[in-house]
Design a protein around this ligand. Structure first.
Ligand code: ATP
Ligand code: FE2
Length: 340
């Protein structure tokens, strides 16, 4: 039994931007007491937003109950409710927002809307101790290099088309790999890539500080269908090309900003080969390399709870009438007064 001080304050965070419904509970000091997730796995193909939203509505009460039980916190002892307000899939976001609004009004406590991308950055900082990192945030829906400057996380480079995680996922599905519980498609590609021997040349597209992955995906898929290369070699080659592109952009941003820390966050941060590439360039620039722990790499409620606390303790709250979801809420539109 964990004995919590009665004076302790807790925030419950709800994450529902895409295929995961997550609930995290954090103390105001940044101790994560619970981080429970339930992921929607489509029968075939990619995520269908309305199906995923239905899944979230179905599992919400069980996930909430499990998180409160794990944290050994009673709902009446919560100080704050935080939720992922965007960016993400509209129906999924709305389900999470509805749960959050209902909880906050029932408990009569404040509500705070959190930007999902900021959540990935802040949980990375909390868990690694990085203070002012240059961050590579790579997931199913996002691929960007960001760093703090003048009140916001500024974007130094990003994908011009699809996200890195999406590129890996689509290729994996084309190759007939199945999404299993606990093994995301990107991780399945990673496992096969470890057995790759020959580098197959594929398109490498970096434009200024931005990059494009759709040509790479098409070329890899075409090569797969032709059947001249092994799946292992193609997984290996896809990773080498895509990861080199994001690493090149990250390195240039690092040289420009002269930040002393590199942070890798988001679902794809779990990939060892990508970690190695970034660690190498960080070393070249005398910066430390920090990677979000695996349990906090993919979408999770803890990152929303913690970012909610940062916002709330710096005077930000979201009145219910302003709590509509923001499907395309860019990270560089969010004031982060708690940084510096
Ligand atoms: P966002 O809204 O931030 O874009 P998301 O819904 O894509 O989030 P995340 O959980 O942050 O969710 O990232 C999921 C992505 O991470 C998927 O594309 C998945 O395949 C990828 N991924 C997970 N593990 C690995 C791994 N070991 N190697 C490569 N990719 C991985
Ligand atoms: Fe995410």
């Amino acid at each position: 039994m964990v004995a919590h001080k009665t004076s302790e304050r807790y925030c419950l965070g709800i994450e529902s931007t895409a295929d995961d419904f997550g609930v995290g509970i954090s103390t105001f000091n940044g101790k994560i007491l619970a981080n429970i997730s339930n992921g929607y796995i489509p029968k075939e193909g990619g995520i269908h937003p309305r199906e995923a939203a239905r899944h979230h509505a179905e599992v919400a009460d069980a996930v909430l109950a499990e998180a409160l039980a794990k944290a050994e916190v009673k709902a009446k002892d919560l100080t704050l409710i935080a939720f992922s307000q965007g960016p993400g899939l509209g129906p999924c976001l709305r389900t999470g927002a509805t749960v959050a609004r209902a909880l906050a009004s029932y408990l009569n406590i404040p509500l705070v809307g959190v930007n999902h991308s900021v959540g990935h950055i802040e949980i990375g900082k909390l868990k690694t101790g990085a203070k002012d990192p240059l961050t590579l945030y790579v997931s199913g829906g996002n691929t960007m290099v960001t760093a703090y400057a003048s009140g916001r996380y500024r974007v130094f480079g990003e994908t011009l088309d699809i996200a890195l995680g999406n590129c890996l996922d689509v290729f994996a599905r084309e190759a007939g790999l199945k999404h299993k519980k606990g093994v995301p498609l990107g991780a399945a590609v990673e496992q096969l890539a470890q057995h790759g021997k020959e580098l197959v040349l594929l398109p490498y597209v970096v434009k200024g500080m931005d990059l494009s992955l759709s040509g790479l995906l098409t070329a890899a898929t075409t090569a797969l269908k032709k059947g001249n290369c092994s799946l292992e070699d193609l997984c290996y080659s896809l990773q080498e090309h895509a990861f080199s592109m994001v690493t090149e952009v990250t390195e240039r941003a690092l040289a420009h900003t002269e930040k002393k820390e590199v942070l890798l966050t988001g679902g794809v941060a779990a990939n060892k080969r990508l970690q190695d590439m970034l660690k190498f360039i960080a070393g070249e620039h005398d910066a430390t390399f920090n990677v979000v722990p695996r349990a906090f790499a993919a979408d999770n409620g803890a990152m929303i709870a913690w970012t909610g606390i940062l916002a709330y303790t710096h005077g930000l709250v979201t009145p219910v009438e302003e709590s509509f979801v923001r499907v395309r809420w860019r990270v560089d539109r969010v004031d982060v007064p708690w940084v510096k």
